[in-house]
Write a protein that binds this ligand. Structure first.
Ligand code: G1P
Ligand code: ZN
Length: 547
């Protein structure tokens, strides 16, 4: 076995987006494409000699091939030890947990998250740093710069690597340790939650759950933790085996893609808690009998009930939410007298606040919630948090949500996505709206008046780094209660552009809480389309996805 240096040419499109580099599988399969990006990572980590890295993926198509390529390159680049999930499987939160536990230099996650998998679908690669979180922009930018200047990469001439048996092997001077994908993560969950209480409730039938693994990475975690450890009856986990194409579905936990679960939860046979996670296990969707909890509300409810859970019994240092996430959690923070931060979209912006101990819980409207236990969002963690609250409060999800709204008011919320629109037109829409922003302030539209219009910039309170152009925020006041419309372009799409429009209104009156969000927000939805001239710019009269 020898180290080889391969000559290559740069690709110009390897700038990581909101969450790593995501492209079509066929793009990654081009000669040298993945290798260039991986070498750019190693060039950025000039200090990886003899260090430990963690690697695993969500089992999607190309997972194993990519793992083999990366392991050979790691050996050729002087990495000391690679911890690899068995069968190449590790969820994103498990990678984060393992990096932290074994004090690794970092880790590589192979996933395109909730995007579909298969030869004609998506693949992705993401680098996480030593705190277990996604690489900050400073590092992803260096990776990109290296990718633009790359002339060669290093690899090892070796046969395929055995990933199915636990244990150690070597590749040149590098040690490869195939580790149990679930054990470290399950142990961490056991430290945070009251497993005994949850187990009693599940075994006695006082509490029931249905978890949809969406044929993606959380299946093995959910089987092991919910069924084997906590004793939920077999069958509580559905679609629990990771498949390369996720069974042909989008592994995206929302009402549209978790249809079987959604149908069950709105039927007479609904269990107490329904939940789903995404391709790589970092997202979560929470449902109760006959009710759906928005991720923004879920974050607020977890914050308000955190002291019922052992890992958070001491209370919360602070909370944070991404800018477009509803402001429901802000009201809880105010009542608790703790800090609440508004960060740009993307999990990486929570890292510094978590490291500095300024926040304990954080979340995004895009089905992401987590805490300082790892540095990624964590799907199954959110499910266990809910399960723990239900085991303690012994009330239904619906009752808990209604009480929450009665106390804090309800933040009606919806996100409208206009997918695969022309990228230049979408950019022009945003630029135009930004330009018109100041003229809009003070204008009235029906019962509302525009209070402010700004382009969100964030100064990180820990390292003072500044991120500009993070989305347009339009604040509204009027008879219907404080409202907000946010526009931004997706940073994770792989085709054209996706315009995301986030619409929110606070409703203090409990008499009005029992409305469908689309009707409660109808006027604002129309206004969101008119203000930005969405039809004129995109040719679309309606969004492609509503969450
Ligand atoms: C989307 C979500 C964002 C999330 C990211 C990665 O990014 O909106 O909250 O952090 O996926 O899962 P976007 O496509 O909007 O840039
Ligand atoms: Zn994900």
């Amino acid at each position: 076995m020898t180290i080889k240096t391969i000559t290559t040419q740069p690709f110009t499109d390897q700038r990581p987006g909101t969450s790593g580099l995501r492209k079509r599988v066929r793009v990654f399969q081009q000669a040298h494409y993945l290798e260039n990006f991986v070498q750019a990572i190693f060039n950025t980590l000039s200090d990886c000699q003899g260090q430990t890295l963690v690697i695993g993926g969500d089992g999607r198509y190309y997972n194993r091939e990519a793992l083999n390529i990366i392991l050979r390159m790691a050996a050729a680049n002087g990495v000391g030890r690679m911890l690899v999930g068995q069968h190449g499987i590790l969820s994103t939160p498990a990678v984060s947990c393992i990096i932290r536990k074994y004090k690794a230099l970092g880790g590589i996650v192979l996933s395109a998250s909730h995007n579909p998998g298969g030869p004609d679908a998506d693949f992705g690669i993401k680098y996480n740093v030593s705190n277990g979180g996604p690489a900050p922009e400073r590092i992803t930018e260096q990776i990109f710069q290296h990718s633009l200047n790359i002339r060669e990469y290093r690899t090892f001439d070796a046969a395929d690597i055995q990933l199915d048996e636990l244990g150690e092997q070597s590749l040149g001077d590098m040690q490869i340790v195939v580790i149990d994908s679930v054990a470290d993560y399950a142990e961490l969950m056991e430290q945070l939650f009251d497993f005994e209480r949850m187990s009693q409730a599940l075994r006695s039938g006082a509490l029931s759950i249905r978890f949809d693994g969406m044929n993606a990475v959380t299946g093995p975690y959910a089987h092991a933790i919910l069924e084997q450890r906590l004793g939920a009856p077999a069958g509580s986990v559905i679609r629990g085996t990771p498949l390369p194409d996720f069974g042909g579905d989008h592994p995206d936990p929302n009402l549209a893609h978790a249809q079987e679960l959604a149908a069950l939860m709105f039927s007479p046979h609904a269990p107490d808690l329904g939940a789903a996670s995404d391709g790589d296990g970092d997202r979560n969707m929470i449902l109760g009998k006959d009710c759906y909890i928005t991720p923004s509300d879920s974050l607020a409810i977890l914050a308000a009930n955190a002291t019922l859970v052992p890992g958070y019994a001491q209370g919360l240092a602070g909370v944070a939410r991404s800018m477009p996430t509803s402001r429901a959690v802000d009201r809880v923070a105010e009542t608790l007298g703790i800090e609440c931060f508004e960060t740009p979209t993307g999990w990486k912006f929570f890292g510094n606040l978590l490291d500095a101990g300024r926040i304990t819980l954080c979340g995004e409207e895009s089905f992401g919630t987590s805490s300082d236990h790892v540095r990624e969002k964590d799907g199954l963690w959110a499910v266990l948090f809910w399960l723990n609250i239900l085991a303690v409060r012994q009330e239904s999800v619906q009752a808990i949500v209604q009480q929450h709204w009665a106390t804090y008011g309800r933040n009606f919320y919806t996100r409208h996505d206009y997918e695969a629109v022309d990228a230049e037109r979408a950019q022009a829409l945003v630029d135009d709206l930004r330009r018109r922003g100041s003229e809009l302030v003070g204008q009235r539209f029906g019962s509302v008046e525009i209070d402010y219009c700004d382009d969100f910039s964030y100064t990180d309170p820990i390292d003072d780094s500044v991120s500009h152009n993070q989305g347009l925020r339009i604040g509204l006041r009027g008879s219907g209660g404080e409202a907000r419309i946010v526009y931004r372009l997706s940073g994770t799409g792989t085709q054209g552009a996706t315009l995301r429009v986030y619409i929110e209104r606070h409703e203090p009156d409990p008499e009005r809480h029992d409305q469908d969000p689309q009707s409660a927000l109808a006027d604002l939805i129309t206004l969101s389309q008119e203000l930005a001239q969405i039809a004129a710019y995109t040719g679309r009269t309606a969004p492609s996805v509503i969450t």
